[in-house]
Design a protein around this ligand. Sequence first.
Ligand code: NAP
Length: 306
Amino acid sequence: MSGWNASDIPDQSGRGAVVTGANSGIGYVTARELARAGARVVLACRSAERGGAAVDRLRAEVPGADVEFGALDLGDLGSVREFAGTWTGRPLDLLVNNAGVMALPYGRTADGFETQFGVNHLGHFALTGLLLPSLLDAAAPRVVSVSSGLHALANIDIDDLNSEKQYRRWVAYGRSKTANLLFVHELARRAADAGLVAAAAHPGYAATSLQARGAQMEGRKGAERFYEVGNRVFAQPAETGALPTLHAATAPGVRSDDFYGPRVMMWRGAPARSWRASWTVNDVAGERLWAASERLTGVTYEGLKG
Ligand SMILES: NC(=O)c1ccc[n+]([C@@H]2O[C@H](COP(=O)([O-])OP(=O)(O)OC[C@H]3O[C@@H](n4cnc5c(N)ncnc54)[C@H](OP(=O)(O)O)[C@@H]3O)[C@@H](O)[C@H]2O)c1
């Protein structure tokens, strides 16, 4: 894995991929490098304008790229169902659950879930479950979920998944990123006999639009500036931040429930196996989150062992 970079991605010709939140940041680079390696890639984005612009930009950067826009708002289960409905009948080789929001002011999704838990975890839980038949039709399917080193901020609270007792934005982010890792842990167990590899990745600290979004929503100019300077001084580019995702998505030898991140202090550099908090490999917590996610989304995973 030493110094692994985008030029090490194996040929992806004939493979079909969906990347959520692919109009910017890590998702865009992930989609572009998969397409450069020959994959057919759907950029699943909530805005037709931003998604369309990303497709145009990608085609300009990778002439001949086989890419298209797909409308997907992870904060609306109706939109998730519509997107998944467009996929029936085709095998899906790779699903990259990348889209995310961080430390937003309190809000709710269209279905009433706290926004960070709803978008980062529940939307992707529903999407993966609805796309499962297409994934299981593929020869060597993979699901990669993009978590964060900041999962270490908080374990989930199974009795208050929507942070209704108390909302602290960073705790809620940490919980949603812990949920991403517990989801992969439980999916890996359930899919072990089905030939599906479920892995996770995180980008370390990468300069994207993620950091300043909450401050922008609240018009907090000072905080926005703080994040801009932080990104310029401390962050690595999205190009490098996407490498752990690309490694988890394409490298041979990736095993179910692996978690990749930048090798230097979980912050920057080439991909390596990453540390994760012990609560993200807790079987009981994984099963309880799974059961709650099925109940909240109404999506069950047919065809996998329980
Ligand atoms: N950058 C970092 O340092 C860092 C560190 C740890 C983990 N991460 C994780 O990396 C992932 C990618 O983030 P990024 O850093 O690349 O940030 P980004 O540039 O802000 O990208 C986030 C993407 O998610 C999309 N998104 C947000 N809400 C959505 C929804 N309801 N439905 C569909 N798409 C939605 C955004 O779309 P819009 O443009 O329409 O908002 C955007 O395309 C996230 O899961 C994040 O938690 C990033």
